[in-house]
Write a protein that binds this ligand. Structure first.
Ligand SMILES: Cc1ncc(C[n+]2csc(CCOP(=O)(O)OP(=O)(O)O)c2C)c(N)n1
Ligand code: SF4
Ligand SMILES: [Mg+2]
Length: 351
């Protein structure tokens, strides 16, 4: 945890959004991560996405587990709600918060160790329940904070900094999220803000479990030759399936007139995702095809990035449970407690 605050001074002509906030208002404390760590670029992308979407910072709750990645919420959205939980337990803490107050925007930030190792079960249940959240895994293939042990996402055959070869097969979080029923599934690279920022914006606007796996090289322990999560390796093996522009119900955010076929995807809240397809055969609505596309390219050593799957009419956990529209934490005791007469009636029915 850092207590270093950033200087408040900034250029007077820094652009403001309609709320009167500059990008600086979405930042947090000064990062204490290693210089060049991919995680810092992801923090920058989150700041940019929240600024672009003109989100009031107090409407956002950011939750994390333990790890360098899980430290990052300290470095963005300094005016939002935050909860740094226990290693691997972010999904259940977030689920509880979401059930208590459905009105906030939930951002879960985790690492590959946090989500694919100790928190694997927690990750699975958040996805299959459709918790309305953006779940970001900052994936570097190692436990960065504890000095670079292989995590469960490290590819078989990849080499550690000390020359040890990983003999275990890797968990692909994207494949698992697709299988478990996540309704928005994407992968990106920390070094590609042009792709990552619109993906985060679209995930925030999506209702349901939105999962983004972001390859985020650890410059201290996993950025050498032989690593499949290094900057060089990912740049050389990246296969982007599409490029996203997000138009919210309020106003267009990005306009991109680049040539190529275009597909629009309407989400339940009226947000329109405009996909500029690089791969004409790729269909973002086909879960099974996404899984097979993923495996097909993984076999060729390619890392597929972009929006891989979206279910336009997805519902979330509140929809599944049919909870009331009012956030539960604002209901009074009178509304929550039906009284002793009702209890008596239930008890009588059981006798
Ligand atoms: C219950 C528990 N077990 C183990 C640890 C030690 N530990 C701290 S962070 C971490 C792994 C973090 O890896 P990852 O989530 O990939 O984050 P990174 O540092 O790579 O961003 C481990 C094993 C812990 N803090 N708590
Ligand atoms: S150890 Fe790795 S993951 Fe942690 S801050 Fe340094 S570069 Fe980032
Ligand atoms: Mg890691």
């Amino acid at each position: 945890m850092t207590f270093i605050t950033k200087p408040k001074l900034h250029h007077p002509e820094l652009p403001k959004n309609s709320l009167g906030f500059t990008r600086r208002d979405y930042e947090g404390a000064v990062s204490t991560l290693c210089a060049g760590c991919g995680h810092d670029s992801i923090s920058g992308a989150i700041v940019r996405a929240c600024f672009n979407l003109e989100l009031p910072p107090h409407r956002i709750a950011k939750l994390s587990g333990i790890g360098c990645s899980s430290k990052t919420p300290t470095y963005f959205l300094g005016a939002s709600h935050g909860f740094n939980s226990v290693h691997g337990r972010m999904p259940s803490v977030l689920t509880g918060a979401n059930l208590a107050n459905r009105d906030l925007i939930y951002l879960g930030v985790s690492g590959d160790g946090d989500s694919a190792s100790i928190g694997f079960g927690q990750f699975a249940h958040a996805m299959r329940r459709g918790v309305n959240m953006v779940y970001i895994v900052e994936n570097n293939g190692v436990y960065g904070l504890t000095k670079g042990q292989f995590s469960a996402t490290a590819d078989r055959g990849s080499k550690s900094k000390r020359g040890v070869t990983n003999s275990d097969s890797a968990i692909d979080m994207i494949g698992i999220a697709l299988q478990l029923g996540a309704s928005f599934v994407a992968r990106s690279f920390s070094g590609d803000k042009k792709q990552l920022v619109p993906l985060i914006e679209a995930a925030i606007e999506h209702r349901g479990a939105a999962f983004i796996d972001v390859i985020s090289p650890c410059v201290a322990f996993n950025n050498h030759a032989g690593s499949t999560k290094s900057f060089d390796y990912v740049r050389e093996h990246n296969e982007a399936v599409n490029f996203l522009d997000v138009m919210t119900g309020r106003a267009p955010i990005h306009v991109d007139y680049a040539p190529g076929t275009v597909e629009t995807v309407e989400q339940p809240d009226g947000t329109v995702l405009t996909l500029r397809k690089l791969n004409a055969e790729y269909d973002v609505h086909d879960r099974l095809a996404a899984m097979s596309f993923l495996h097909h390219h993984a076999d060729k050593g390619q890392i597929v990035t972009g929006l891989l799957y979206v279910q336009s009419d997805a519902d979330d956990l509140h929809g599944h449970l049919n909870t009331v529209a009012t956030p539960l934490n604002t209901l009074s005791e009178k509304e929550l407690c039906p009284g002793s007469a009702a209890l008596e009636k239930i008890n009588a029915a059981l006798r």
